[in-house]
Design a protein around this ligand. Structure first.
Ligand code: NAD
Length: 338
């Protein structure tokens, strides 16, 4: 069993913990928090040993009725690999700790590529992650872009990508974030960071991205254009999406035309936390003008990177022969088939 520690039990960390716990070849040896919170109670309830960043805060947790197993260093010492899901900019500060204790570590997209020197997306570069000490799983938007761009590039060679990201304002629980009533250009400058971030995984791709933030909490929406080298049809692209283990088609017959309806669908499917791990690509939006492909895809910001973290663990621990094997194991353990 691969012993996994999750440093930072928040939006991403708590999902990674549950996904790891569901795998037949992995176990959660601990999760960490900085202060007592609802999530700390849940960690106790799920039976994940809870470690804290500053041990002098232990009485605060105990007064709240939350059991503490020790400090983060004790957790790291027991782990084969740490998934660092602390907020962006904090994770990089933990690198010295992972080096000191000679433990493997995975960071999230809030950190720069340089933190690990290697950026990961399961269906693009699993092989290169094998045996590594450090890896960064790219952000939710970059993961969604990499999956589809790489799959289309393999079949029809992508000459140029243009993408506009309409991003959620905050995660559902983040009551102090916005906007409440605005469309915010973020950033105003073009390109947004997403294009260069895609190139950290797929350096050969010519891509320019723009992004804005809107008052919603569930999912990002991408308007994506790809100019292809080779002739392709709508049916070819639909076939690629259907065959991909991390992409799903939103068919016209469902009547779904929004992220709100996708959430309802995810809940009705019985997905834990209404999580959609796959790119949700609107079948009726897939179309061509000449060799230029157009489509809309919705990306669940809290979920798509979770399954990527599980595959990154397996690759770094040499736990599966190849990407297809790991992706299938991860998906099956979560009961999800795109
Ligand atoms: P979050 O704020 O929801 O959770 C972070 C957790 O880390 C919190 O539980 C906090 O208590 C804990 N923490 C803070 N400082 C710590 C420390 N020093 N030691 C241990 N724990 C500490 O953040 P998040 O949204 O889960 O984001 C985590 C990372 O994932 C970031 O890099 C972010 O950019 C990336 N990411 C987030 C999303 C998203 O939509 N939320 C999507 C993809 C990637």
């Amino acid at each position: 069993m691969i012993k996994v520690a999750i440093n930072g039990y928040g939006t991403i960390g708590k999902r990674v913990a549950d996904a790891v716990a569901a795998q037949p070849d992995m176990e959660v040896i601990g999760v960490s928090k900085t202060k007592p919170s609802a999530e700390a109670f849940i960690a106790n309830q799920r039976g994940y040993p809870l470690y804290i960043a500053e041990i002098n805060r232990k009485p605060l947790f105990e007064e709240a009725g939350i059991e503490v197993a020790g400090d983060v260093i004790e957790m790291i010492k027991q782990a084969d690999i740490v998934v660092d899901a602390t907020p962006g900019g904090i994770g990089v500060k933990n690198k010295k700790l992972y080096e000191l204790h000679d433990v493997k570590a995975i960071w999230q997209g809030g950190e720069d590529h340089e933190v690990a020197g290697f950026s990961f997306c399961s269906s693009c570069n699993y092989e290169e992650a094998k045996g590594r000490q450090f890896t960064r799983v790219v952000s939710c938007n970059t993961t969604g872009l990499c999956r589809i761009i790489h799959a289309v590039d393999e079949a029809f060679r992508v000459k140029r990508v243009r993408a506009t990201m309409v991003r959620r304002g905050s995660d559902p629980g983040e009551v102090k974030k916005g906007p409440v009533d605005a469309i915010v250009l973020n950033p105003v400058e073009i390109p947004s960071h997403h294009g260069p971030d895609v190139q950290s995984v797929l350096p050969q791709i010519n891509i320019t991205t723009m992004a804005m933030i809107v008052p919603t909490t569930f999912m990002h929406m991408h308007a994506l254009q790809m100019e292809l080298e080779k002739e392709a049809t709508k049916e070819d692209i639909i076939g690629i999406i259907e065959a991909h283990p991390r992409m799903g088609l939103v068919r016209g017959a469902t009547g779904i035309k929004s992220t709100a309806e996708l959430k309802e669908f995810a809940q009705d499917m019985g997905r834990q936390r209404a999580d959609l791990y796959e790119n949700c690509i609107f079948a009726d939006s897939v179309g061509f003008v000449g060799k230029e492909l157009f489509l809309f895809q919705a990306i669940h910001q809290e979920a798509d990177v979770v399954v990527e973290n599980v595959d990154a663990i397996r690759a770094m621990m040499n736990g599966a022969a190849d990407a297809a094997t790991s992706i299938q194991m991860t998906n099956e353990a979560l009961g999800f088939h795109a």
